[in-house]
Design a protein around this ligand. Structure first.
Ligand code: FAD
Ligand code: NAI
Length: 467
């Protein structure tokens, strides 16, 4: 029986990063993965393919509309969807091969097959073909991730009624795409297909988009998406999809009750959240408890209810984000090596990779109000930023929220060009416990978009220069 210091089940961002860190710290490590390639949801069917399509579709749209305003005439662009999908597939391959290379480099054993914990310290691996084997481990980390939430009574075929997985591989641009859920997946993948020519309608249960993000940002962003052609049906729910005819007939009702209407669609994308994935792991039998939402229960050090079994990533509490899982993977490896692994959950950025991007870190205004924390707000619009004007990308703003007494930055929210990159400096600031004044006094290169971030910090002290 092969014997290891650490066996990790799942090779997504939480699992593979944990494996590399544990190996760096001297542990003998195996990673069990049931998919044929490493990298989990993120690399195979999540972050990476979606960003490849977001970028490619943005270029397509830019060629059609944006470039002319800059004096670049290229004629009407032609879509080659097959080539776009090949770009996406190539991007995925490069990334998953990269993880396999990193396993080799770090002397990590990758084992393809489905893992099941048969006892503390023992993981049985069942490959699709061939013999089962049992791996012995001093410690086990569960990093099995999550799966798309389904809606009762609506059968997914991944062709016409799809989750994000099907929406990443449609064989043609749908005339009408109906998205259920105005969260991150709905808006990102809705954007991809809208740019390629689909008419996109988003049905959202709540009366706002992007729940959890700053309300003011979400409101402005919704207007921007509407300008791009999105139709939103907020405060509404889908009660059924009739797939018997050539066109899907979608029944939509007000969330609070009322008259139903029927909408036509060529494709329906279900994007109503994700659920932790623990199927077939044998958790109940070994005594690993789940919480009320099916997540593996852990203590602050990622230990489950059973000694020697830990869990990280989407399968435990917290935002379902790749970088959150990576941080936890590193932390648990360091804890197992006797070090002080730690994750600062206050400094985990969230980014929506649309155009413009939306990015956020720390507390929202709503959260600060609810907690009764007095704060000051500094805001700066991209329309007053020289670089944004030069780029013809002036939609949006930066908002910095600082403690009214201490000036410590508690949250930051951006909607605008490359918001996902700009948020990094605010994340570092929050990680270091920095103040708005610290940021305001830091010299920023001119002309850059990051000057808008600095100006928002200046505005928090009522001394912005350019507004
Ligand atoms: P996963 O990546 O889900 O990996 C778990 C792995 O475990 C899987 O490969 C699975 O096959 C394997 N597994 C499960 N059970 C077993 C078993 N019994 N035996 C062996 N293997 C098993 N997050 C971001 O931060 N940024 C983004 O831009 C982003 N975009 C996304 C876009 C889409 C369309 C989707 C669906 C998600 C996106 N996410 C994004 C979320 C991100 O993918 C997840 O947060 C991340 O993958 C979670 O990592 P994980 O390691 O916990 O789990
Ligand atoms: P989500 O939680 O972001 O959004 C789901 C939306 O669906 C919510 O607005 C919710 O109110 C709505 N909803 C729920 N039930 C509904 C119903 N029956 N009818 C209508 N609306 C309903 O979930 P999403 O978009 O599926 O993404 C899943 C996870 O993947 C997220 O947690 C996200 O963190 C992660 N992800 C992250 C990305 C990023 O970081 N850029 C990109 C894509 C996904």
């Amino acid at each position: 029986m092969a014997s290891y210091d650490l066996v990790i089940i799942g090779s997504g961002p939480a699992g593979y990063v944990c494996a590399i860190r544990a190996s760096q710290l001297g542990m003998k490590v195996a990673v069990v993965e049931k998919r044929a390639t490493y990298g989990g949801t993120c690399l195979n069917i999540g972050c990476i393919p979606s960003k490849a399509l977001l970028h490619a579709s943005e270029m397509f749209e830019e060629a059609g509309h944006g470039l002319e305003k800059l004096g670049v005439k290229v004629g009407a662009p032609k879509l080659d969807l097959k080539a776009m999908m090949a770009h996406k597939d190539g991007t995925v391959k490069g990334n998953v091969d990269g993880v396999a290379f990193l396993f080799k480099k770090n002397k990590i054993d990758g084992v393809i097959g489905t893992g099941r914990i048969v006892a503390p310290g023992k993981v049985e691996v069942t490959p699709e073909t061939g013999d089962k084997q049992v791996l012995e481990a001093k410690n086990i980390v569960i990093a099995t991730g999550s799966d798309s939430t389904r809606l009762p009574g609506i059968d997914v075929d991944e062709k016409r009624i799809v989750t994000s997985t099907g929406a990443l591989s449609l064989s043609k641009v749908p005339g009408k795409l109906l998205v259920i859920g105005a969260g991150v997946i709905g808006l990102e993948l809705g954007s991809v297909w809208a740019r390629l020519g689909a008419e996109v309608t988003v049905v959202e249960f709540l009366d706002r988009i992007l729940p959890g993000m700053d309300g003011e940002v979400a409101k402005q962003f919704q207007r921007m998406l509407q300008k791009q052609g999105f139709t939103f049906k907020l405060g509404s729910k889908v009660t059924g999809v009739d797939a018997t005819g050539k066109t899907l007939k979608v029944s939509v009702e007000p969330a609070k009750g009322g008259d139903a209407e029927q909408l036509d669609a060529d494709v329906v994308l279900i994007a109503v959240g994700r659920v932790p994935y623990t199927e077939g792991l044998g958790l109940k039998e070994v005594g690993v408890e789940l919480d009320e939402r099916g997540r593996v229960k852990t203590d602050d050090h990622y230990k489950t209810t059973v000694d020697g079994i830990y869990a990280v990533g989407d399968v435990i509490v917290g935002p379902m984000l790749a970088h959150k899982g990576e941080e936890e993977g590193v932390a648990v490896a360091e804890l197992l090596a006797g070090q002080a692994g730690h994750v600062n959950y206050n400094a985990i950025p969230g980014v929506v990779y649309t155009r413009p991007e939306v990015a956020s870190v720390g507390k929202t205004e709503e959260e600060l109000k609810e907690a009764g924390i007095a704060y000051v707000t500094g805001k700066f619009p991209f329309s007053a930023n020289g670089r944004a004007r030069a780029m013809n990308a002036t939609d949006g703003f930066v908002k910095v929220l600082a403690d009214a007494k201490t000036d410590r930055v508690l949250g930051a929210h951006i909607v605008g060009p490359v918001a996902g990159e700009l948020i990094a400096e605010l994340t570092v600031l929050i990680e270091f416990g920095g103040s708005a004044e610290d940021l305001a006094r830091t010299c920023h290169a001119h002309p850059t978009l990051s000057e808008a971030v600095r100006e928002a910090a200046l505005a928090a002290g009522k001394r912005a220069i350019h507004i």
